[in-house]
Every structure is written in C-alpha cells, then in structure tokens.
Design a protein around this ligand. Structure first.
Ligand SMILES: Cc1cc2nc3c(=O)[nH]c(=O)nc-3n(C[C@H](O)[C@H](O)[C@H](O)COP(=O)(O)O)c2cc1C
Length: 184
C-alpha cells in the first residue's frame, strides 16, 4: 500500500505516484477498500454543492465484461478489472454534470492510489457502443433512467504492472502563465 507518512508534501507524493494501471493481478480488492474509495469520491466538490453524481459499483465479473463491451473500442483494461465504478449524473438536473463527474472520477483515481489499488479512467461519454452510444448501452444494462448520462467507468484492481512515478521533469511549466498569457 502506498504510504506517504513522513513525506513533506504528501499530496504531491500521492499525485506523482498515481498512474493509469491497466493490468491487474486478479486478486480481490476488498469491499471495505472500495467503500473507502467511495467515501472520498462522495466528498468531491460539485457545482452549487448539490452532489449530483451517482455511482454504480460493479463487482460481478459478467456485468463488468458486459459494460466493457458497450464501448466499441478502447475499453481494454475493464474486462480484467476486479471492480468498476460507473460515474453518471442526471443531466437534466445539473448543467455542470460533466465537470462534477470529472472531479468525482479524479477523486476515485487518487483515492485508489492512496489505498494502493490500480485504477484507470475508461471514457464512455461520446463513445460508440455496439449499436447505440456506449452511454445508452451501459444505462440499458444497468437499468439507469434515461435522464442520466455516463461519463466514464473507473476500472479498479490490484496492480499487475509497475509504472514510474512522475518526476519534476514531467511538469509542463510552459502551460503556466503569470498575470497575463505568455508572461513567464
Ligand atoms: C478524460 C480522460 C479519458 C481517458 N480515457 C481513457 C480510456 O478510455 N482508456 C484508457 O485506457 N485510459 C484513458 N484515460 C487515461 C489516460 O490515457 C492517462 O491518464 C494518460 O495517458 C496519462 O497517464 P497516467 O494516468 O498514467 O498519468 C483517460 C484519462 C482521462 C483524463
């Protein structure tokens, strides 16, 4: 498990260690760890503080595989994940649902890293399914009402690959401007 005890800037350490993990050992991620991850996701900031984001937690292999098939291309890591969290919102109820869902998903990714669990964002919004959109097909399988949209599915599993943490060299400082665009 990732430990940041005694680190000077533990949030920075956590963030630089978080990488997209797409291979899993097949070992179980305990339910209570998934619950701890959800506790963090449920505290994500949201527009107007309305917490419109809803999560469908999948632990059943057949369902995870069925959801993976809802994305025609690029659901790669999902079928072998031990758990998956489908991130969605009632779009009629929340103008900024994409932003809210993206923040909640980011919290899931960071929380997973905190607990040493591998995670990967599998995008679904505006992606093609087998016959309809990935979003529609997922909602059909999971019985999600029509007024909802799915942003993504976060695949979770015990890490089956090691990736180097980010370093200072990865910081794209040219993207930062001071006071005016272009001013360094
Ligand atoms: C909006 C968004 C969509 C993404 N969609 C996918 C995806 O569909 N499949 C996938 O394997 N990774 C996906 N990723 C993960 C990115 O590919 C990954 O974050 C990026 O390559 C940087 O690598 P890192 O996460 O290890 O730092 C997505 C990430 C974001 C933020």
């Amino acid at each position: 498990m990732f430990s940041n005890e005694g680190q000077e800037n533990s949030l920075y350490e956590l963030v630089r260690h978080r990488r997209s993990i797409r291979r899993y050992t097949g070992e179980r991620v305990p339910d209570d760890v998934v619950k701890e991850i959800l506790k963090i996701a449920l505290l994500a900031p949201s527009s107007w503080g309305r917490h419109p984001i809803e999560f469908v937690v999948l632990r059943d292999r057949a369902t995870i595989e069925a959801v993976a098939r809802c994305k025609r291309m690029g659901a790669g890591p999902l079928p072998t994940a031990d758990a998956a969290i489908v991130v969605m919102a009632d779009t009629a109820d929340c103008e900024l649902w994409i932003e809210d869902a993206a923040i909640a998903s980011t919290y899931v990714l960071l929380a997973a890293e905190k607990f040493g669990v591998g995670a990967c964002w599998i995008h679904m919004r505006n992606r093609q399914g087998q016959r309809k959109s990935a979003d529609e097909e997922i909602r059909q399988i999971l019985g999600v009402p029509d007024n909802f949209s799915v942003l993504n599915v976060v695949a979770l599993g015990q890490k089956g690959e090691t990736k180097s943490p980010r370093t200072e060299k990865d910081l794209v400082w040219q993207n930062v401007h001071y006071e005016k665009y272009g001013q360094k």
